[in-house]
Ligand binder design. Structure first.
Ligand code: UD1
Length: 367
């Protein structure tokens, strides 16, 4: 039984790692890892393979950066060749990036069954490329593994048979639980390297809606500077954001904000776990902060992870500067609402996925 996992961009790696590990414990399972090459900088890709203990990819499609159409098409063309050559029994795709949809579409057309890990999430905002990727991947998938019950409800509403849908919990949290002790052990060294002697907020931003339009980005940096006057903000900068900021010709240095290179998984987890709060437009960080009990302010009007808002750890502020400052101030005053941990975010999700896959394929029992 050959399972082919497809990863391409940074948020895929921490989702695939625990599933590969758990399937690897089963009898009669062979696995192949395909990296599409959507992310290729060492700081966006390679460092995650070593931090997470992921196997070296069997194939790298080397697609790199391009427009959505070109990037998706290149993955399709090159992945089709791999599938025709190797004919795996299942293709497993993760999350909502362009590589996810491209791989699911190619496999489905070759009649190779597809499993989607992190299925069912919806922001109901079709201007987000990820939302289109989610909807279409879920329509194509034969097995859908959801991280939260809202995912099951969304899929049912879209007419997906319940027999295909399995609520297994959050695989990202499996990786977090496994590597949190390593991150905490790495913290003293990182703290010293970054000279983080006071409390700080952690900032990340990379969504097209926040960084692609120069005036939006300029206004955002201005309000972040205001917050940075009260508490320093540390900002690992995504390559896409770096390019956009450079083109703004801002007066530097930007006080209150410490710009650093993107970090690997372990260091970033340490930085997140020790922050007073996080300001972000990332999807994964809304979940990680929820687990860590770190307040999260999300620079979006909507989220495909509503459970993080319902449970109280995540506040959506969109691009409303006043609300952003207000939420940061509440946290600094110790008045932020406390959150909790959603059901099945317990570090065991990948085991449930492996159990379910095993049942469905019916050929490979526990070793
Ligand atoms: C992609 C995902 C997004 C995810 C994010 C995490 C899609 C539609 N988007 O967005 O859901 O949250 O990854 O990072 O799939 N670049 C580099 N080096 C790299 C990768 C990218 O310099 O290794 C630069 C390139 O200029 C590229 C830009 O970043 O054009 C954007 O990269 P891309 O993969 O298209 O999308 P992300 O913004 O990273």
């Amino acid at each position: 039984m050959l399972f082919t996992h497809v990863v391409g961009a940074r948020p895929n790696f921490m989702k695939a790692a625990p599933v590969i590990a758990k399937l690897g414990e089963r009898r009669d399972v062979a696995q192949m890892l395909v990296h599409t090459g959507q992310h290729y900088d060492s700081s966006m890709s390679q460092v995650f393979f070593s931090d997470l203990g992921l196997p070296t990819p069997d194939v790298n499609l080397g697609v790199g950066s391009a427009s959505h159409a070109k990037q998706t098409a290149l993955v399709m063309i090159r992945f089709e060749e791999v599938l025709q050559d190797r004919r795996p029994d299942w293709v497993i795709v993760y999350g909502d990036v362009n590589s996810t949809l491209a791989a699911a579409l190619v496999a489905s057309k070759l009649h190779i069954p597809v499993a989607h890990v992190e299925a069912g999430l919806r922001s109901f905002d079709r201007t987000m490329p990820e939302e289109l990727n989610r909807i279409l991947t879920d329509q194509l998938a034969d097995l859908l593994f959801t991280p939260s019950v809202d995912g099951n409800e969304n899929l049912a509403r879209e007419g997906i048979p319940s027999s295909r849908i399995h609520f297994v919990g959050n695989v990202m949290i499996d990786t977090l639980v496994r590597l949190l002790p390593t991150a905490m052990a790495a913290w003293p060294k990182l703290k010293e390297e970054l000279a983080l002697w006071t409390r700080y907020g952690l900032l990340t931003v990379h969504r097209p809606s926040n960084v692609d339009e120069p005036q939006t980005l300029r206004s955002l940096i201005e309000v972040l500077q205001k917050i940075g006057a009260d508490i320093p903000l540390i900002f690992p900068v995504h390559p896409r954001t770096r390019q956009r900021i450079m083109s703004l010709d801002l007066v530097t240095p930007i006080s209150g904000i410490q710009f650093i290179e993107p970090l690997g998984y372990v260091d970033f987890l340490a930085l997140q776990g020790n922050a007073e709060f996080v300001i972000t437009d990332s999807g994964g960080m809304q979940e990680e902060t929820t687990y860590l009990g770190v307040p999260c302010i999300t620079l979006r009007d909507n989220t495909e992870r509503p459970v993080t808002v319902a449970i109280g750890s995540n506040k959506l502020v969109g691009n409303n500067a006043e609300r952003l400052v207000h939420e940061a101030q509440l946290i600094l005053d110790g008045a932020a609402t406390k959150g909790g941990i959603p059901p099945l975010w317990d570090g065991q999700a990948a085991g449930r996925i492996a159990d379910q896959m095993t049942k469905v394929v019916g050929q490979c029992g526990a070793a």
